[in-house]
Design a protein around this ligand. Sequence first.
Ligand code: NCD
Length: 311
Amino acid sequence: MSDGFKGMDIVSIRDFSRDQIEHVLDVAEKMLPIAKGEEKSKLLDGKILGSLFYEPSTRTRLSFDAAMTRLGGSTLGFDEPKGSSVAKGETLADTIRMVDAYCDVIVLRHPQEGAARMSAHFADKPILNAGDGAGQHPTQTMLDLFTIRKSKGKIDGNHVVIVGDLKYGRTVHSLSEALAMFGAELTFVAPPSLQMPKEHLKHIQSLGTKPKISSNLEDVIKDADVLYVTRIQKERFPDPAEYQKVAGAFRIDLPMLKDVKKGMVIMHPLPRVTEISPEVDKTEHAKYFEQAFNGVPVRMALLSMVLGAVE
Ligand code: NCD
């Protein structure tokens, strides 16, 4: 199983078994002192990460960069396609072929669903999907699972309430599929027009999980062990008027947390807009900044494993 990671593309969470995910989380745990800068490492000395971001990013891009640098490797690439030959009309396939020759591993974020899978056909080096449109975001899922395991001690058996934009949110597509694999209890809260797409629901059900569907957070928040909040993905709405109808649909504030379980954790892949009031940041429930840091050890684990430096 474990030597299966070398050279592997990470495109969808469906490419992984539960054992493989747990192994990634175990390796990430060992990376923590290096991720925090308490220990030095030359594990990926001389290795280069090609970092291609066709969409905005703060955490994903910078935590990949930090992960590579902390392990003694380096990063090159672009954080917006305007400054590259993409602006001259170069196809994704050609850009990938080039970067494949310059680097040892490639991380790609692209607005089109399926872009990472397609790129994997044109690259010999591993492709890590950092988000393909409204498709998947598997490395985010690994750090989400790492955060749940760290704060709750385990993943299975938790009731995870996922709220926000379940239609266009790629983080929750990958995460809910992974949670179903772990046997967590799932509740999806969204306005009906932004509920989880059928294709993902079908996959989740095929794993033996029957999620509850709701449009009212007040009804379910008291039973949550984990509350996973997401941003309404404004940029994916074909019609701005449709976005206006659902903008601000949910907002977590202190009064809403009055009757929640002790030890309930609130997560968010970030960036947040108005979904979580800043006064929540100071509560024991808020885990989203720690979650964002966890991107570093988890991406260190994934980079080392696909590059064959760690089994
Ligand atoms: C998310 C994304 O890009 O899908 N951000 C992230 O990677 N942490 C979530 C979002 O943009 O809302």
